[in-house]
Design a binder for this molecule. Structure first.
Ligand code: PRP
Length: 193
């Protein structure tokens, strides 16, 4: 059954970060990453599906900066821990691995959001075993309220409130990823039209 425009719109409670605020955060992250990888090759690993937009925008923002990395490689890995559930099952599944080896590379994992931390912990362990020269993590939205594990995040964009959030890559039942802003969702108001 398709969702009507009405139910889709009604499920958005409020905008939390505008597209312009997200863009400014990405510029700040890009500047920090470029500074730390000046004149060195950099491999960005976007974590699908959520990091589709942040990895694309971040990679282009870094490349616009003068005196940044000597080369920028972009690869994607696909993992899932939530399925269609609102909260994590605690089990991270690898759905698609990287296309290329990261041994000897300066790698930055690019995530849309960190919540309980299990996904990033899994990825740091998985990629760490492949002997990168350096392994760091960049997260656009940090929800620091429900960590189950402490995992290092070298680059943090914005702190999101403790709400169910969608947009800019984040979904509710695979919808809303394409919103250009971050919004708070009211799932109880999201009904089949
Ligand atoms: C989301 C998000 C992160 C992860 C963070 O992915 O994109 O990868 O959850 O949550 P955590 O810190 O609690 O582990 P999800 O599993 O929903 O898949 P998706 O990116 O395909 O939406």
């Amino acid at each position: 059954m398709t969702k009507t425009m009405h139910s889709y719109d009604a499920a958005i409670a409020r905008e939390l970060f505008s597209a312009a605020e997200i863009g400014a955060a990405i510029e700040r992250l890009a500047a920090a990453i470029a500074r730390d990888h000046r004149r060195r090759p950099l491999t960005l690993v976007g974590v699908l599906k959520g990091a589709l937009y942040v990895a694309a925008d971040l990679s282009r923002a870094i490349s616009r900066l003068p005196d940044g990395p000597s080369e920028i490689y972009v690869d994607y890995i696909c993992v899932s821990s939530y399925g269609n559930a609102a909260r994590s099952s605690g089990e991270v599944r690898l759905l698609k691995d990287l296309s290329d080896p990261v041994g000897g590379r300066n790698v930055v994992i690019v995530e849309d959001i960190i919540d309980n931390g299990l996904t990033l912990e899994y990825l740091r362990a998985l990629l760490g075993e492949r002997n990168p020269a350096r392994l760091r993590a960049c997260v656009l939205f940090d929800k620091p309220y429900h960590r189950l594990v402490e995992v290092p995040v070298e680059y943090v964009g914005l702190v999101a409130p403790d709400e169910f959030v969608v947009g800019y890559g984040l979904d509710y039942q695979e919808l809303f990823r394409n919103l250009p802003y971050l919004a708070q969702l009211r799932p109880e108001d999201f009904t089949d039209g």
